[in-house]
Design a protein around this ligand. Structure first.
Ligand SMILES: NC(=O)c1ccc[n+]([C@@H]2O[C@H](COP(=O)([O-])OP(=O)(O)OC[C@H]3O[C@@H](n4cnc5c(N)ncnc54)[C@H](OP(=O)(O)O)[C@@H]3O)[C@@H](O)[C@H]2O)c1
Length: 163
């Protein structure tokens, strides 16, 4: 909703706009064990917001009826991973759509890695400041170096389709 509200402003901007969604490796496609779900998310031509919403609704329904554990969802932190799976898919969809329309808006995702914050109860291999610095560096990449539709694992850009 925030992104949709901001898009008209981005389009009016003379500069390149950037969306950097904070995601997680736990939501990468290689974590999805249900192969038909993985194919659905990989089919860039046919992927829609409706299909992404359908995926999250299906997960919620399976949690409700107690069947989710045998349905091939990501095995680790499943609820969190499904939310990031949806975020990654939406980011990829949006990046492709905006690029097709000629909008100068880059849409990427970033996983900060295991970072010492409230979410990890202070555990992690890096500080929030270090992760924040990398995120800011990625968000502020010069226009010529700014990709779109990429997942940055720490500071390495990776193609979704290879993961
Ligand atoms: N820490 C890690 O190891 C790690 C690894 C991979 C990805 N990430 C991602 O990095 C991002 C930041 O996580 P973090 O580790 O900094 O977690 P955190 O310490 O728990 O901070 C989460 C922040 O999000 C805010 N928030 C939560 N729900 C919200 C809502 N509905 N509306 C508005 N704000 C909300 C919280 O606000 P309040 O303080 O007001 O509740 C808090 O400031 C998350 O997207 C997380 O998935 C973290």
């Amino acid at each position: 909703m925030l992104i949709e509200a901001l898009l008209p402003l981005f389009r009016r901007s003379a500069a390149n706009s950037r969306i950097l969604n904070i995601s997680s490796q736990l939501g990468l496609l290689n974590k999805v064990r249900d192969l038909s779900l993985r194919s659905m998310l990989l089919d860039e031509g046919a992927l829609t917001e409706g299909k992404i919403e359908g995926m999250t609704s299906r997960f919620l329904a399976e949690v409700k009826d107690g069947t989710w554990a045998r349905r091939g969802w990501p095995a680790v932190w499943t609820d969190y991973a499904v939310s990031k799976l949806a975020l990654n898919a939406y980011s990829r969809l949006l990046a492709a759509r905006l690029a097709r329309a000629g909008d100068r808006v880059a849409v990427n995702c970033f996983c900060p890695g295991f970072t010492r914050t409230d979410m990890t109860r202070g555990w992690g291999t890096r500080t929030a400041e270090e992760a924040g610095r990398v995120a800011a560096g990625l968000a502020l990449l010069p226009p010529g170096e700014l990709p779109t539709g990429k997942f940055f694992k720490w500071c390495t850009p990776q193609l979704y389709s290879k993961l």
